[in-house]
Design a protein around this ligand. Sequence first.
Ligand code: RAM
Length: 360
Amino acid sequence: MRKSSIRRACAALAAVTSLALAATACGGTTKNDVKDEGGSSASAGKADPNAELKKGLTVGFLPKQVNNPYFTSADKGGEAALKELGSSYKEVGPSSATDTSSQVSYVNTLTQQQVDAMAVSAQDPGALCTALKQAMKNGIKVVTYDSDTKADCRNAFVSQASAEDLGRTEVQLLAEQIGYKGEIAILSAAQTATNQNTWIEFMKDELKDPKYKDMKLVKVAYGNDDAQASFQQTQGLLQEYPKLKGIISPTTVGIKAAAQYLSGSKYKGKVKLTGLGTPNDMRKYVKNGTVEAFELWDPAKLGELAARTSVALVSGQITGKEGETFKAGDMGTYTIGKDGVISLGKPTVFDKKNIDQFNF
Ligand code: RAM
């Protein structure tokens, strides 16, 4: 029996006390009790690709932010997949994308509740590490999705697309729209967000190419995935840089708020806007000429893949090591890449020609 009462007590203790205290109080824990002591690089045991998928599991989803439509779609995808697989879903999470301490508490709660796996979109790369490692010590499989932590703080990361592709293509999209000339700015989410910061690094690298020599990145602003703050940051950017030619907002909350601001201003159609948005949020701004093109993946598919990865880990089909493969239902076969990263696929670019074909 995996969940002995001793383990449950130790898990609860460990989640609310320091590691050292829990280790002392629960001393004598055998290697079999502690299934997995580390993340992707340190996962114990060997994968058995033919292992049967377990049923009756509970997987907890912990998004960056619960009241963000992007995560509502993503987590619904996870919920539907778990239902199909005969397991249960639960969702917990903060309402602000900058409430890292709440995210830590939610990890501890899921650990105390002895879920079988948790799927986490990290607000901050390092802040959750201690809590996530504690969860793994208690035999809970940890998958990050959308926004990663450090590689040794989880078993696998389900990534939306190649971070490099996303960063570079957003610069390419904007460059085409502004004719490779002029001042540009980035409107991001939280300053600590692993996913946005990784993409921004690739944007900066892309801008080093001589073909962008007449483009200048003047500022990276942060709207914290808050609609009002993102709206105000957009307004502030245009006040500070009246010659601004374009904005990249690699966040669904940010791009929507920026589009809303531009659409009602004298800058509509003149200051170009691209980035990552949902077709449903952006449709009206594409149709009214505020936005030409932007991109995204299907959030529900990301959530589905996070759920299927969680169940494959708990079932022992994979451990998170590079090269392991597993079948993710109708989504097909996925191979784990370097550092335990599983990539959903390529994003879609939306514009007025194709936007009506999508409903998310
Ligand atoms: C927001 C969040 C999320 C990001 C999307 C594109 O909803 O910041 O983490 O992946 O935008």
